[in-house]
Design a protein around this ligand. Structure first.
Ligand SMILES: Nc1ncnc2c1ncn2[C@@H]1O[C@H](COP(=O)(O)OP(=O)(O)O)[C@@H](O)[C@H]1O
Ligand SMILES: [Mg+2]
Length: 472
């Protein structure tokens, strides 16, 4: 910036100086020609009569006297025949002098000539001695070297160059000082800051002439460092994902271990009951009523075992979801029709509210299982003459499914464990339904959560419409 402004100042003051110089030259020329003219006019008067009276000695005397006062001015006196009749001491008329005398002898006014025209070294002036004469008249030519003019011009050139240089230096200095204060130092601070940010260990290179270029370079370094950091972060995230996947597998194994432990208990006790009842069948074989009661009990206990085994299978046999585009509303309707009889038996109304359901890319069986588990839980919690509402809403990116009932809701202390395997408050519950729901939803990159509502229980599931790129 300093260099740019300095350059502009040189251009500005330099041009101004040149113009000044020209004006100065012009002014000096005017002064020189006026002075010479004054001298010529006084000589004109003195020589006119002397020439008419043929008093050449008088003319020579005047020239000699003048030489003492104006030694640099050469004077040539011409008669009507354009012949030199007198000159100042030692002066020789040149071709240019002759030519000017010729022109001057007929011109009504004085003729001034600079030789050469540009940067002249000599001034010539011709003037006729008799103004009233028609045709050629006697004339005088004055020749004056312009040494003083040159001396003066050189002096003023020196002056202009010096002042220009001083001005340029002052402007450049001031600019340097101001830019250093308002741009340079903040930029330097910025560079240092960026250097720190990019995590470089060495200090930034010392102050450069071009702060902006330096800032750019530092910025580039920062960008490189940032993109390296981003790559590192992406790698770390990927590593953590791998770890999470490993943990999930481990989680499943732990779940299986726990399952085998509960299996002994969960299936063991109904089996004991079954065994006892089956034995008692022998004794009550004669009593049809007692037989029917025992048979009912057998059916009930077998159903319980079937359900527990079924839920356990859904965990142990779990496979990666096979995603296909599904009509979300159709899936929910199918599940609701499966549960219609049970709802009727409980005196509970099943309601479907759907807006913006659309399609979702999901595993058909698994999505059905999710809806089935949630609606069955809702039915189990519903008193008579209430309703269970399934709503389907969504955005272009997400499908949201909620199942709401008007039952007692989930007590605060149970909220944290709701989705844990084996958490149940039911005497014959397995506590596996919601935990299976959670893992299925997560495998679809979705979320399931209990919604805070004033009464009853509402559980919401959100699923991405399309499978995430790169998701297993
Ligand atoms: N709609 C609901 N209203 C109130 N509590 C519920 C509801 N759904 C689930 N719960 C609670 O969550 C527990 C776990 O449910 P779940 O995992 O399906 O196992 P289970 O139904 O076998 O108990 C239930 O025992 C119950 O306490
Ligand atoms: Mg359940």
């Amino acid at each position: 910036m300093t260099i740019a402004i300095g350059g502009a100042a040189i251009l500005l003051f330099g041009t101004e100086g040149l113009v000044d110089l020209r004006d100065e030259e012009q002014g000096l020329k005017v002064v020189a020609s006026r002075e010479t003219q004054l001298l010529a006019r006084s000589l004109q008067r003195a020589f006119r009569d002397a020439l008419r009276d043929q008093q050449i000695e008088h003319v020579a005397a005047t020239l000699a006297a003048l030489a003492a006062v104006e030694p640099t001015v050469a004077i040539f006196v011409y008669d009507e025949e354009r012949k030199v009749v007198a000159t100042s001491k030692g002066a020789q008329p040149s071709r240019a002098t002759e030519r000017l005398a010729e022109r001057g002898s007929t011109s009504p006014t004085a003729i001034v000539e600079f030789d050469p025209e540009e940067a002249p070294t000599r001034l010539r002036l011709a003037i006729r001695l008799r103004e009233e004469t028609v045709g050629h008249s006697s004339a005088i030519v004055l020749e004056r070297p312009l040494n003083e003019l040159h001396r003066d011009l050189a002096a003023s050139r020196r002056y202009i160059v010096t002042t220009t240089a001083i001005f340029v230096l002052a402007v450049a200095g001031l600019t340097w000082f101001l830019t250093q204060r308002s741009v340079g130092r903040p930029l330097e601070a910025l560079v240092a800051q960026m250097h720190k940010l990019s995590g470089a260990s060495s200090s930034p290179p010392p102050g450069n002439l071009d702060e902006v270029a330096e800032t750019r370079a530092e910025f580039d370094r920062l960008v490189v460092a940032l993109s390296a950091a981003r790559t590192r972060m992406a790698e770390e995230i990927e590593a953590r994902r791998g770890l999470e996947r490993g943990l999930e597998r481990a989680d499943k194994l732990i779940t299986l271990g726990q399952l085998s432990a509960v299996m002994a208990h969960e299936i063991g006790s109904p089996l004991q009951i079954l065994e006892g009842r089956a034995r008692s069948l022998h004794k009550s074989a004669a009593d049809p009523d007692a037989t029917r009661r025992v048979a009912d009990m057998l059916v009930e206990q077998t159903e319980r075992i079937t359900r527990i085994v079924g839920q356990m299978l859904s965990i142990t046999r779990r496979r990666a979801p096979v995603r296909t585009p599904l009509d979300a509303e159709a899936v929910v309707k199918r599940v609701l029709s499966l549960l219609e009889l049970e709802a009727e038996r409980r005196g509970v109304r099943l309601v479907l509210e759907s807006s913006g359901a659309g399609t979702v890319s999901a595993d058909s069986d698994q999505l059905q299982q999710v809806v089935l588990t949630l609606v069955r839980n809702a039915l189990e919690a519903s008193p008579r003459d209430t309703k269970v509402t399934v709503t389907l809403t969504g955005t272009p990116q997400q499908l949201k499914l909620t199942v709401a009932d008007q039952g007692p809701g989930v007590p605060t202390e149970a909220r944290d464990q709701l989705f844990e395997p084996f958490f149940t408050t039911k005497p014959d519950g397995s506590g596996l339904g919601l935990s299976v729901v959670r893992s299925l939803v997560r495998e679809h990159q979705g979320e399931v959560a209990l919604v805070e509502v004033p009464s009853g229980c509402t559980i919401a599931v959100t699923l991405p419409r399309a499978a995430e790129a790169g998701a297993a």
